[in-house]
Design a protein around this ligand. Structure first.
Ligand code: GN1
Ligand code: MG
Length: 370
């Protein structure tokens, strides 16, 4: 048995999950946790699970994530039951004999969920229909949580999408410059300084009470949607680790940042990076179609700004990680975080040019004049 299989066996044992492990494949979608697709033979039947080790450098109190997920999924399931629909097709975590939905030992902090049958994830798609379907899924998720009491949730990463504090943190690290890398990024820092006033507008609207926090997903990349392998429609959203109070503009914006870009998040050739307006429109149609009646006018009016804001926030976060020695995001090669930051900066600049056009599309779909 190879090392991964031996490790998976130990984790399966902690959950009293019997059966012979046939296969364990690394899933390399995320930048934070370690994820494996594991197939076991149980009573003559092959069954698939997702084993995941939580990154405790990022999630300092992983038990609190699992508490949040439990509360949120229970709320969604209760609502679905009221609507006459049975079990959500989302992730269901296994329990240990001690009744916990995680195990914590010398191998780390682990959880196991059942693999959702016939589901696939998508990292990149040029098809606007895929975006529309993802928009509907995140919109439905938002609507399901619209009556969820936010005070019940732990803030698992404080100030997660507090763009202003992310920018302040970056300037602090530029000053300290622990890895002596700041001199390599003077152009990027100059651009961040110039773009910051626009990126903190959402913060200012919150300060003035014009926008309020709701319970949001906070990590709405398209690869956090499970699609039906047969119909291609979005089944459900996954990765509920960062469900916390946030702005609707953050959820809308992060999905656009990732899903409506013409390039991957870490494309080194910046001439390939721009915002695809067809995919923007498609996502907006899907998302707004689900949430329109529950959003305020100000929330609708700031969706497009959310796309720019989340993109600039990622410039800041990737650059900050680069300056402080690449400790937060997983990297595939030296300088990966810098490549990501530059790519996101090119996208943010393009989004700013297209902000009016994005706003017009939102107002057309939502039915108000801008
Ligand atoms: C991280 O691991 P993943 O890819 O789901 C990050 C998000 C970033 C994203 C950038 C907890 O998410 O906030 O937007 O990378 N998650 C956390 O791709 O920091
Ligand atoms: Mg995630």
């Amino acid at each position: 048995m190879n090392d991964i299989l031996i490790l998976m066996r130990r984790i399966a044992d902690a959950f009293s999950l019997e059966g012979e492990i046939l296969e364990a494949k690394v899933i390399s979608n995320g930048h934070i946790n370690n994820t494996y697709a594991v197939t076991l033979r149980l009573d003559g039947e092959d069954r698939s699970f997702v084993f995941q080790r939580i990154n405790v450098f990022v999630f300092k109190k992983p038990r609190l994530i699992m508490e949040n997920i439990e509360l949120v999924t229970r709320h969604v399931e209760e609502k679905l039951a009221l609507l006459g629909r049975s079990r959500d097709e989302g992730m269901h975590f296994l329990y240990t004999p001690q009744g916990e939905n995680y195990c914590e030992n010398e191998d780390g902090f682990w959880r196991i969920s059942e693999y959702v049958p016939d589901s696939v994830t998508v990292n990149f798609s040029e098809d606007p229909n895929v975006l529309r379907s993802a928009g509907r899924a995140f919109g439905r998720f938002q609507t399901m949580l619209s009556d969820f009491d936010a005070t019940k949730l732990h803030e698992t990463i404080p100030h997660f999408h507090d763009t202003r504090s992310r920018i302040a943190q970056l300037w602090q690290n530029v000053k300290e410059d622990p890895c002596k890398r700041a001199s390599e990024v003077t152009h990027e820092l100059e651009r961040i300084r110039a773009l910051s006033p626009t990126a903190v507008r959402l913060n200012e609207l919150v300060d003035r009470g014009e926008l309020t926090y709701r319970v949001t997903h906070n990590d709405t990349k398209i690869n956090n949607v499970l699609f039906d392998a047969i119909t291609g429609e979005a089944k459900t959203v996954i990765d509920l680790d960062t469900v916390m109070p946030g702005l609707v503009a953050h959820d809308f914006g992060d999905a656009i940042r990732f899903g409506a870009s013409t390039a991957a998040e870490d494309e080194p050739d910046l001439s390939k990076v721009s915002l695809d307006m067809d995919r923007f429109r498609a996502y907006a149609e899907g998302f707004i179609g689900e949430v329109r009646s529950s959003l305020t006018r100000c929330e609708l009016e700031t969706l497009a700004l959310g796309a720019f804001t989340m993109t600039l926030e990622l410039v800041v976060r990737f650059l900050d990680d680069y300056l402080t020695g690449d400790q937060y995001f997983k990297t595939a090669y030296p300088g990966h975080n810098l490549v990501r930051a530059r790519c996101q900066l090119a996208l943010a600049e393009d989004m700013l040019k297209k902000l009016d056009a994005m706003n017009r599309i939102v107002s057309e779909i939502a039915g108000f004049a801008c």
